[in-house]
Design a protein around this ligand. Structure first.
Ligand code: MTE
Ligand code: HPA
Ligand code: MOS
Length: 762
């Protein structure tokens, strides 16, 4: 099987939110945002905008009939800024007009007078000023302070880790259509249809059953539409209900980049202590999260940073400070890995620094400290069926770790203008929402009388292949061809109280629910078949669309069985509900079990740096990944390769540049570079663990969406390795992304006009 949308996608026929034929009278919205990043609104004048011919409505904070503040964790964010603007382009007014062009033209005519207030874009500064979104937390295991003296090596460092734009192909958008009796139907490009439904209902002051949210598919979400799709859906719904006309809001790329939150940038301090044998004895890290102006998902993102602060390593003494710092940027939000990558980066940076000091290769330290069964994390979960060492060892054998160092060193000794570097990145990522209640999935399976099947779940198709996985699960459960199964849009009228499609858990939760629904229908079908064929229900099976009795082929086809069941008044539809067992997590306690299981993998990345220009190429990425028993190989491979690309992009090319007054300077794809296919290594090898069924996942599978992202972190340290081969250095601050410009600056001592030593040899 392949991705069920692949043919539609490559022929351009797949429909996204605003591709659906426009309803009659469709109006278009545009948003007027704040011209400065922080200040008190003194006066707002929308009269010029209102006077334009073709403008049908102008909406501000006071026009909201119901709840005026939104947010998934706490409702601290006004749908429109009204007294204080908190970031550049903070939405203040929604203009609705006959065309999008007119609406944008009118938005430009809005005038706002703002008394400027101080602007903070740095989380360290916000922290010092005490401007935090929640109590600063410290998590401890053992006692780091007691062991520094016993360490042979103690290293400290500072990190400046940038955020990342989601760069989904489809920008944020929503279309709201008013229906009879005060109802509204909303087509929203969202990962969280139920959050959208709930918030729209609250904003409008109507019950949730009057709001229907429908999502066919997203042109990518990557976390950016977990919480932040809601705003546009609420605005479109507000205007649609007030004007009794369908209203659509489609952000253009610049608006999307300026107005929506991103991966959280972090500032970090670390201190690591090791024995001379390479054991990590203590790790002390402070995470200053750049949360942006409002809470959004910052608290759970920070929580995952804390949970993954020790990644794949067993460390006896750990101390983690976690501060969610308010800055004057759009509220930062979920992004593939959900805080995990930031947690893992800090530890890799610490290991790299220690290896430099000790004169060893980082992988020597990494391997010595890998977690194994029985290890108890700092939050209390005890590892079982740990495959960390297994993926490392398989990668070590397959990709010949033992010879990489020699090969790279030999190259570097014989080349002056270019240098090679490598890094290994082990990943251990916990699967489950850390908000335990979100771990629930629902599925509705319908068999129609012609034997065709449809499945509806809470899963949102955003390119990751959840629809294909659901089809595969139904087809395998019923023993029929995937061609007989169709996956419906995700709709709040079919499935209630849908958890976000996030945390890599969508196929897990909804797939297990689908299995349960299929089982329920199947038991009725087997009774009918057994009666028909004169056997026992438990001896019935269906393969390739034919009913088997005690593994022997019969004449009864799937279609005949379905029709006979229908005439026997046996149910041909069922709802399945699933929640993983044994989860509990309360950050105030130390005895937790937040994760259903972990996904593991090990990646080797090799790079070449051009030491004259600062450019680099990613030569190879070689991965051993634990997928359990994969559902659809091509879909899983797409997730691993795509995640890797995004991870490499985060630490190399993707540079969110802000001015001191809080404006995003790289606000278009001309200045913000994301990796393309050409940037990716030609030599890309992905091996999946074999015989690795996961009892917790549907059909033995494991969640795959986010973990591969973190392999990309290796690219940063591989480039640093190559730089160090040219000009050994210990930077004052470890800064990511490692753009070619930054590489160039670090290759030479730019503070003195005279080129540094190695360049003389050029
Ligand atoms: N892959 C594609 N093509 N598009 C996406 O938007 N989102 C990622 C990942 N892979 C994404 C993707 C993120 S952030 C998550 S959490 C998971 O997919 C969500 O889907 P899953 O739970 O089905 O893995
Ligand atoms: N991952 C992704 N999204 C989430 C989570 C999580 O752990 N918790 C709440 N939303
Ligand atoms: Mo993914 S960041 O959990 O949407």
């Amino acid at each position: 099987m392949r991705h069920c949308d692949s043919e539609l996608h490559v022929t351009g026929r797949s429909e996204y939110t605003d591709d659906v034929a426009p309803p009659e009278g469709l109006l278009h919205g545009a948003v007027f945002g704040s011209p400065i990043a922080h200040g008190k609104i003194r006066n707002l004048d929308t009269s010029a905008a209102n006077a334009i011919e073709g403008v049908r409505g102008v909406f501000v904070y006071d026009d909201i009939p119901g709840q005026k503040f939104i947010g998934a964790v706490i409702q601290d964010e006004p749908l429109f800024a009204y007294d204080e603007v908190m970031y550049h382009e903070h939405p203040i007014v929604l203009i609705v007009a006959d065309t999008a062009e007119l609406a944008r033209k009118a938005a430009k005519l809005c005038k706002v007078e703002i008394d400027p207030l101080p602007i903070t874009v740095c989380p360290r500064e916000a922290y010092k000023a005490g401007d935090v979104l929640q109590e600063v937390r410290i998590f401890e295991k053992g006692d780091v302070e007691s062991v520094w003296d016993q360490c042979d090596y103690v290293l400290e460092g500072k990190i400046d880790l940038a955020g990342q734009d989601h760069t989904y192909l489809e920008t944020n958008r929503a279309r709201a259509v008013p229906k009879e009796d005060g109802q509204v139907k909303v087509y929203s490009s969202t990962q969280s249809p139920s959050a959208g439904q709930k918030t729209i209902a609250a904003v409008l002051g109507i019950p949730m059953h009057k709001v229907e949210v429908d999502v066919k598919r997203l042109g990518g979400g990557f976390g950016g539409k977990e919480d932040q799709a809601t705003h546009w859906a609420c605005m479109a719904s507000l205007a649609a209900v007030k004007l009794q006309r369908p209203v659509q809001i489609v952000l253009n790329r610049v608006e999307d980049m300026q107005m929506t939150g991103k991966r959280h940038p972090y500032k970090q301090d670390f201190k690591i202590g090791l024995s001379k044998e390479g054991e990590i004895l203590a790790f002390d890290v402070a995470h200053y999260q750049n949360s942006g102006a409002y809470m959004d998902l910052s608290a759970p993102v920070l929580e995952r940073t804390v949970l993954h602060a020790t990644n794949a390593y067993a460390i006896p003494h750990v101390k983690i400070l976690a501060a969610a710092c308010r800055t004057h940027l759009p509220p930062n939000t979920a992004y593939r890995g959900f805080g995990g990558p930031q947690g893992m980066f800090a530890l890799e940076a610490a290991i790299y620094r220690a290896a430099t000091e000790m004169g060893v290769s980082p992988d020597w330290i990494q391997k010595k400290n890998l977690i194994q069964d029985g290890y108890k994390f700092h939050y209390g979960q005890v590892l079982k069926d740990c495959r960390m060492q297994r993926t490392w060892e398989e990668a070590e054998d397959a990709f010949e770790f033992s010879s990489v160092n020699d090969r790279v060193e030999a190259y570097n000794q014989t080349h002056r203008g270019t240098k090679k570097g490598f890094a290994i990145m082990p990943v251990c990522f916990g699967i489950s929402f850390t908000k335990t209640f979100l771990n629930q999935g629902s599925s509705l399976v319908h068999i129609y009388t012609d034997g065709s099947v449809s499945v509806s779940t809470g899963g949102i198709e955003m390119g990751q292949g959840v629809s294909s996985n659901m089809i595969a699960i139904v087809a395998r459960s019923f023993g029929i061809s995937p061609d007989r199964v169709r996956c419906n849009s995700t709709n709040t009228s079919r499935i209630a109280n849908i958890s976000p499609s996030a945390a890599s858990a969508t196929s897990d939760l909804n797939g297990n629910a689908t299995l349960i629904a299929c089982q329920e229908i199947l038991s009725g079908l087997c009774d009918v078949a057994a009666r028909e064929l004169g056997g026992k229900p438990e001896d019935i099976s269906i393969e390739n669309g034919i009913v088997h009795l005690s593994d022997n082929l019969t004449d009864l086809t799937w279609e005949q069985l379905v029709l006979k069941s229908y005439f026997s008044r046996v149910q041909l539809m069922a709802h399945g509900f699933y929640t993983p067992p044994g989860l509990h997590y309360d950050f105030t306690k130390s005895d937790n079990n937040p994760f259903h299981y972990y996904t593991y993998g090990t990646c080797l990345i090799e790079v070449t740096v051009d030491c004259l220009r600062g450019n680099y190429t990613i030569d190879s990425a070689k991965i051993v990944h634990d997928l359990g028993r994969g559902i659809i190989r091509s879909v899983d491979l797409g997730q691993v390769e795509g995640g890797l690309a995004q991870g490499i992009g985060w630490v190399t090319l993707e540079d969110l540049a802000y001015s001191d007054d809080g404006r995003l300077l790289s606000f278009a794809l001309s200045t913000y570079k994301a990796p393309d296919a050409d940037f990716m290594p030609d030599d890309l090898v992905v091996k999946f663990l074999e015989n690795a069924d996961n009892p917790g996942g549907p059909l033995g599978s494991k969640a795959v969406g986010e973990p591969p992202f973190m392999y990309g972190i290796g690219a940063y340290f591989a480039i640093q390795h190559a730089i160090d081969a040219f000009r050994p250095q210990i930077p004052d601050e470890i800064v990511s992304p490692m753009t070619p410009e930054r590489v160039l600056l670090s290759l030479y001592d730019v503070k003195s006009v005279k080129p540094a030593e190695p360049s003389v040899a050029l």
